[in-house]
Design a protein around this ligand. Structure first.
Ligand SMILES: [Ca+2]
Length: 520
């Protein structure tokens, strides 16, 4: 029985026509690609592999046996005599499902995140499902936010847009050689910089992929940094001075103030989706104004000072230039921004000033420089211009049946979910309107989710990968996907494709997604 069942399993997948070790001799005509290592990796039991994410957890499913190939494309000596190459790692399952998944990177890349295929895949990474998965450093080695490589012209171009295209082509060729047949379908999934790379694929390499999943994309970081600089300036303005006379923005809001604000946001917006559950699903309708908390007299525990209210209004509204033009989108009112989150990265990921390390610490504070000056500097920065992924003409990508799915956490303090939505709406308008574009593209808010994952009140595990595969291969459009998460054990919710949102039907267990509908 065992023999026949494993035989049946092998029949479901595609076996390689080469030995893993033979890939050391990999040759691809017209391409300078060198294999640096091959390894036949045995099955990894469920619950033993740590995820390469901000907050590592264990992968709850087994990773079947696969062949891992490490390699370099276009090795060369670059700026200041340093070695440069486009490094990649590709995982080739023994029992292949015929699909290719390109896993996007993070930060400024510079290292190769193990090729598992986690973004947008819930608890079941693409590699565990039998996808061949590739991951790349996009052309340089370095710490995740080390920008020194940008002094090398080609390394800079590689990061901006060339490397992902090269790696896609090489990966497809490796797959074709190893299995004796090409991948039937190609997918891309990434978050943050990986999300930007997914957008790149749809915009600059429109024929390479059938399905693309874009999470919290780093699509125009110069402008998002102005959004953060604006917030930081607001917090600095109202900061009490410490003993040495230095402003201490961490003291702008007491724990009580934060709770007051969180409760007030929830009072205004939580019920808009039909249920007071600590999650705001109707993100767009949440028109919160902290002015409701302004003290009528002296500051007490149940009100905020006029200065606090103004700072909050200005920080969340996003920066405007001197003519009143919106430079970067507003940030959604969501409690995940308030620093009430848990876990080691909660302080790092709070939009409000915090005593811990903060995302705001990494951005310049415009004290003597106007927003106009910051905008001019971003526009003059050639690396910024080149790495932005704001093209809207996707006629070729959509024309060959490509599907493009966005998700963005509404408590992401790094990039505003509203900025990604603004791109989506602009892109829709440029491609025949939202109704037309929803034949090829979808956008999902993820309530409470911080940057790509986590948050004290979020359901950040959802399987968009299955949804996109079903859309590409079976024509079944994903109107919603089910989300779950450790913040609310036992709770499930549909994430509905924008402009719809999950609404409680008014009866049945409010913990169960089945009792919600997608409504507009
Ligand atoms: Ca709610």
């Amino acid at each position: 029985m065992l023999a026949s069942s494993s035989f049946a399993q092998a029949q479901n997948g595609i076996a390689p026509v080469q030995k893993c070790a033979d890939l050391v001799n990999l040759k691809i005509a017209g391409t300078n690609v060198q294999t640096t290592k091959t390894e036949a990796v045995p099955i990894t039991p469920a619950g033993t592999l740590r995820t390469p994410s901000l907050t590592p957890t264990t992968v709850p499913v087994a990773i079947p046996a696969y062949c891992r190939v490490d390699g370099e494309i276009d090795p060369r000596t670059g700026f200041e005599g340093k070695h440069y190459a486009i490094g990649f790692e590709i995982a080739l399952p023994d029992n292949w499902n015929g699909r290719f998944l390109f896993q996007g990177g993070g930060g400024l890349n510079g290292n190769i995140i193990p090729p598992l295929g986690l973004p947008g895949a819930g608890n079941d990474p693409a590699l565990a499902r039998g996808f061949a998965v590739v991951s790349t450093d996009t052309g340089h080695k370095g710490a995740v936010f080390d920008a020194l490589f940008m002094k090398d012209q080609l390394a800079s171009l590689n990061f901006a847009y060339i490397a992902v295209g090269r790696v896609a082509v090489v990966s497809k060729e490796i797959i074709a050689q190893y299995y004796g047949q090409p991948a039937k379908h190609s997918y891309f999934a990434g978050c943050s910089t990986g999300g930007r790379e997914g957008m790149l694929m749809s915009q600059r390499y429109p024929t390479y992929f059938d399905g693309i999943i874009v999470g919290d994309p780093a699509m125009r970081t110069g402008f998002s940094n102005i959004g953060l600089a604006n917030a930081r300036a607001q917090w600095a303005k109202i900061a009490p001075k410490d003993a040495s006379g230095k402003p201490d923005p961490a003291k702008d809001f007491s724990d009580g103030d934060r709770q007051l604000l969180a409760d007030s946001i929830m009072k205004t917006c939580d019920g808009l989706d039909g249920v007071q559950d600590g999650m705001i699903f109707d993100t767009k309708a949440c028109h919160y104004n902290p002015a409701v908390l302004r003290c009528k007299g002296a500051k007490t525990d149940s009100c905020l000072t006029s200065q606090q209210v103004t700072a909050l209004q200005n920080a969340f509204a996003g920066p405007k230039d001197s003519r009143g033009n919106q430079v970067y989108s507003p940030f959604p009112w969501d409690t995940g921004h308030l620093g009430a989150g848990s876990g080691p990265f909660a302080p790092f990921l709070s939009f409000l000033p915090s005593s811990g390390p903060s995302i705001l610490a990494s951005v310049e504070q415009p004290t003597d420089m106007s927003i106009d000056g910051l905008v001019a500097r971003v526009r003059d920065d050639e690396n910024q211009t080149l790495s932005e992924t704001t093209w809207t003409n996707l006629s070729t990508f959509f024309g060959h049946g490509g599907k493009l799915v966005f998700y963005h956490g509404t408590s992401d303090p790094v990039f505003s979910a509203f900025d990604t939505l603004a791109y989506y709406e602009k892109m829709a308008a440029a491609n025949g309107g939202l109704d037309q574009v929803m034949n090829s593209s979808r956008f999902y808010f993820v309530p409470g989710m911080q940057h790509c994952e986590g948050g004290s009140a979020t359901l950040d595990k959802f399987d968009l990968l299955s949804a996109v595969v079903d859309w590409v291969e079976n024509g079944k459009a994903p109107d919603s996907v089910i989300a779950m998460g450790k913040a609310f054990p036992g709770r499930s919710r549909p994430l509905c494709a924008y402009p719809k949102y999950a609404y409680y039907k008014g009866q049945g267990d409010p913990e169960n997604a089945a009792n919600f509908e997608c409504r507009q």
